[in-house]
Design a protein around this ligand. Structure first.
Ligand code: HBI
Length: 96
């Protein structure tokens, strides 16, 4: 079971995650990805979904046209864990 990161560890991790920030009022991290169009946005989601499934760690996300708002937190731990950092890194790599 992944352990919640300390505030320091989370800030440290965020330093290496361009575009990701703390989510106000929650122990979670978030990023809004903006793509060229819906096709690109959905393609990102399709690829990210396969990675999330492989990692057994799933995003909370919302897609409106070319934007994808992502929030990551580990429900079992009640906050941000290394699993969220790993998925965030993977999403940044997928988005390019
Ligand atoms: N995804 N974001 C997130 N957080 C979880 O705690 C989580 C998950 N996906 C699957 C999962 N947990 C299961 O492994 C556990 O609920 C058993």
């Amino acid at each position: 079971m992944a352990e919640r990161l300390s505030a320091e560890a989370r800030q440290q991790a965020l330093g290496g995650l361009p575009g990701w920030t703390d989510v106000q009022g929650r122990d979670a991290i978030g990023k809004t990805f903006v793509f060229k169009d819906f096709n690109e946005a959905f393609g990102f989601m399709a690829r990210a979904a396969l990675v999330a499934e492989k990692m057994d760690h799933h995003p909370e996300w919302r897609n409106v046209y070319k934007t994808v708002e992502v929030v990551l937190s580990t429900h079992d731990a009640g906050g941000v864990t290394a699993r969220d950092i790993a998925l965030a890194k993977a999403m940044n790599a997928i988005a390019g």
